[in-house]
Design a protein around this ligand. Structure first.
Ligand code: FE2
Ligand code: FE2
Length: 283
């Protein structure tokens, strides 16, 4: 089974086996609802294996998926979109297995080349997952999970509602977990309330401000040990948030869609470098 493309040259020795397990889930034949539940269970198992191979990532996919699923429910996302969002959130950092281990475990500041390697992980993940039919939409969401609302993210520099809604949700969930847990050894860690305040400080720059506002409203119901999501009992979080859904996710094309008149990423390297150093680490 051909799991990876030619661009993925540096990769963990277990990556091919992990991706092959996901490929195998494409061929399971069950009634639709049972199929999604079985795939969710198996993806969780694969994610635990992935996280055992990455430093400081234990439980990160499950927690991020819980936050993202709660936010998606509050926005009344349709059934299929919730399922794809949940799968994407669980698997969003699989691309880190293509980054050399010594970079991921490095304690000090990263060099420019090392940053570039880390920044390749959303694109690498999309390349790995896009050939798996039931993960095609999830691959698109993962490809853009490090875009920023202000357009200074990576890998394509999309901005605002040009970023798929699911990717914006994923960014809020991923960022909150990075702030509120000890996932990254060198990162500053905040208590729940301070992490929410930090998240609000990123609204309108790094993160979609409407989604942050919705997440903050949900926060009292969020528990670190909760794991809502596909295959679990319905989550009790409220619905009816006023955030409108963004444009539908576009096919992963490898090209940035940029509002007319916006500078390309090539035109703004200095700002990008500053932004990377300003932001808390989030892989
Ligand atoms: Fe992450
Ligand atoms: Fe990431």
């Amino acid at each position: 089974m051909n799991s990876t493309g030619p661009a993925l040259q540096c990769r963990h020795p277990d990556l091919a086996a992990v991706v092959d397990e996901l490929h195998a889930l494409d061929h399971v034949r069950l009634p639709a609802r049972s199929l999604s539940d079985v795939r969710a269970v198996q993806i969780r198992r694969v994610v635990r294996r992935i996280e055992s191979l990455l430093p400081h990532h234990g439980g990160h996919g499950e927690r991020t998926a819980g936050y993202a699923f709660a936010l998606g429910q509050a926005l009344d996302l349709p059934h299929d979109a919730l399922r794809d969002l949940h799968f994407a959130a669980l698997l969003h950092d699989i691309g880190l297995l293509t980054v050399p281990a010594d970079i991921l475990s490095k304690g000090g500041p990263l060099t420019g080349d090392e940053y570039a390697a880390v920044q390749s992980h959303p694109r690498a993940a999309a390349e790995l997952l896009e050939p798996i039919r039931f993960l095609r939409q999830a691959a698109i969401l993962i490809a853009h999970h490090h875009e920023r609302w202000d357009g200074f993210g990576y890998p394509y520099g999309l901005r605002g509602q040009f970023i798929p809604l699911g990717s914006r949700i994923l960014a809020v969930a991923d960022t909150f977990d990075a702030l509120a847990t000890r996932r990254l050894a060198a990162a500053e860690v905040f208590d729940h309330e301070t992490a929410l305040a930090q998240l609000q400080a990123m609204a309108g720059s790094q993160l979609d401000p409407d989604l942050v506002a919705t997440f903050v409203r949900l926060a009292p119901a969020l528990r670190p040990d909760s794991s809502p999501g596909w295959g679990c009992a319905p989550h009790p979080f409220g619905r009816g948030a006023s955030v409108p859904p963004g444009p539908p996710a576009r096919p992963f094309s490898g090209k940035a869609a940029r509002p007319a008149g916006e500078p390309s990423r090539a035109d703004r390297p200095a700002r990008l470098a500053t932004t990377m150093n300003e932001s808390p680490p989030r892989l």
